[in-house]
Write a protein that binds this ligand. Structure first.
Ligand code: MEV
Length: 438
């Protein structure tokens, strides 16, 4: 948690100066940032302990989303993402949301689902009855397999039995709901599934099939809302009220069309995933859960929707988020640990609320741009910097070359090469400000 997450002109200062500003606001030492973030935060020897057949590491940009306020507290939010404009857009939209008081978030308890598949069940009704009658015994077996979690206040909480397919499939699945506290929980619930499966199979007189967590962790959802005053949404060309209408229209499009909903949700995941990666969490699990949840009605739907409320815009996002702040990668990845320190060592639910808020901010930025000038102006302006680098611009040339190719509407490698020549022979000044925070 930070003293403030507002840093006007943050983009204009050097990387070293940004580290000092974030250090002052979050209490994270600059030296810790230097150590954790130089060279991607992970050396090859440490990486060799993570996965197999390691040759080295693969770096990605580590930025911070600014202006983020969740439940009245400010956060400087680490984001790891390769796509230009995602960090700037989230920061910009978070500033608009801030004008309405920031994000408000609520969450479910951190319940994960452990699945035990039962096959060739002779009588599914009897099996369901007998398993539920033995709930206390099964929960006790589950808890005995995860004593560490139980001692931290977590543990198996209840069972849920579901019949799959037709009676002729003779298949049941038992869910054991496990409160994972601040762990993501995959290892814990897999342990539980294996521990209880023998007894459950006996009770059902059935063959035990798969024993594994479900990534559709719909008992572990986070809900984020925001209210944005219309004045905060206005652009140079459009008044705030028209922008609200445009955003509501964009929301309806996503609600009515899965082709659009997929892209709408991708915009949300731009923000969510970047925080998930920066904090050392499993983004494939988060992606799988998010899209399965988006399809829960049988149609693929947007995870966030937008409506008018008088002179304001109201956005609501609901998403399952299994994030951890202890265990796994977090123990060993210096940059992931740094990210959590920068966020004030949040518990897993607060981290999920922050990630979801950045997701809603990313969505707001995207739909506002789409409903007004279109996405390309801002996106290409920021993309221009990578094109400039790819064409050979170095140091202070990058910003100048990027400005030139944006102004010339020629954001290509060839355009950038010509711009580099101009910069090297002449006096070209400028900076790209379209999406960056003044
Ligand atoms: C690009 O990464 C994300 C967007 O396509 C999202 C959207 O269309 O809502 C801009």
């Amino acid at each position: 948690m930070a003293r403030t997450s507002r840093f006007p002109g943050f983009y204009k200062v050097t990387v070293a100066e940004r580290r000092s500003l974030v250090s002052e606001a979050t209490g994270t030492e600059v030296i810790d940032m230097e150590r954790a973030l130089e060279a991607g935060g992970l050396d090859a020897d440490t990486a060799d302990k993570f996965v197999e057949n390691v040759l080295g590491t693969y770096g990605l940009p580590y930025g911070v989303a600014l202006n983020v306020r969740v439940n009245g507290l400010d956060y400087v939010v680490p984001m790891v993402v390769e796509e230009p404009s995602v960090v700037a857009a989230a920061s910009n939209a978070a500033k608009m949301v801030r004008a309405g008081g920031g994000f408000s978030a609520t969450w479910d308890p951190p319940l994960m689902i452990s699945q035990i598949q039962l096959c060739d069940v002779p009588h599914v009704g009897d099996a369901e009855r007998d398993i539920l009658a033995a709930q206390d015994e099964i929960l006790a077996i589950a808890n005995a397999s995860i004593p560490g979690l139980v001692s931290r206040g977590g543990g198996a909480r209840r069972l849920h039995v579901r019949q799959l397919g037709e009676p002729s499939d003779r298949m049941l699945v038992v869910h054991v709901l496990v409160d994972c506290q601040d762990a993501m929980g995959a290892n814990l619930v897999n342990t539980v599934a294996e521990a209880v499966s023998g007894r459950i199979g006996e009770l059902a007189k059935a063959r035990v099939g798969l024993r594994i967590l479900s990534n559709l962790c719909d008992e572990r959802c986070v809900r984020v809302e925001c209210l944005v005053p219309q004045d905060a949404l206005a652009t140079e060309e459009m008044c705030g009220s028209d922008v609200i209408d445009g955003i509501v229209n964009a929301s309806r499009f996503a609600e009515l069309d899965p082709y659009r909903a997929a892209t709408h949700n991708k915009g949300i995941m731009n923000g969510v995933d970047a925080v998930v990666i920066a904090t050392g969490n499993d983004w494939r699990a988060v992606e799988a859960g998010a899209h399965a949840f988006a399809s829960r009605t049988g149609a693929y739907r947007p995870l966030a929707v937008w409506r008018r409320a008088g002179d304001a815009l109201v956005g609501k996002l609901e998403i399952p988020l299994a994030l951890g702040t202890v265990g796994g990668t977090l123990r060993v990845h210096p940059a992931a640990r740094l990210s959590l320190r920068m966020l004030g060592a949040p518990d897993a639910s607060t981290l999920a609320a922050i990630a979801a808020s950045v997701g809603l901010a990313s969505n707001l930025a995207a739909v506002r741009a789409l409903a007004t000038v279109g996405i390309q102006r801002g996106h290409m302006a920021l993309h221009a910097r990578s094109v400039a680098v790819a064409a050979g611009a170095v140091g202070g040339e990058v910003e100048k070359v990027a400005t030139l190719i944006v102004e010339a509407r020629d954001i290509t490698i060839e355009g950038a090469r010509q711009a580099i020549e101009l910069v090297r022979v002449g006096q070209v000044e400028g900076a790209i400000v379209s999406q960056l925070d003044e």
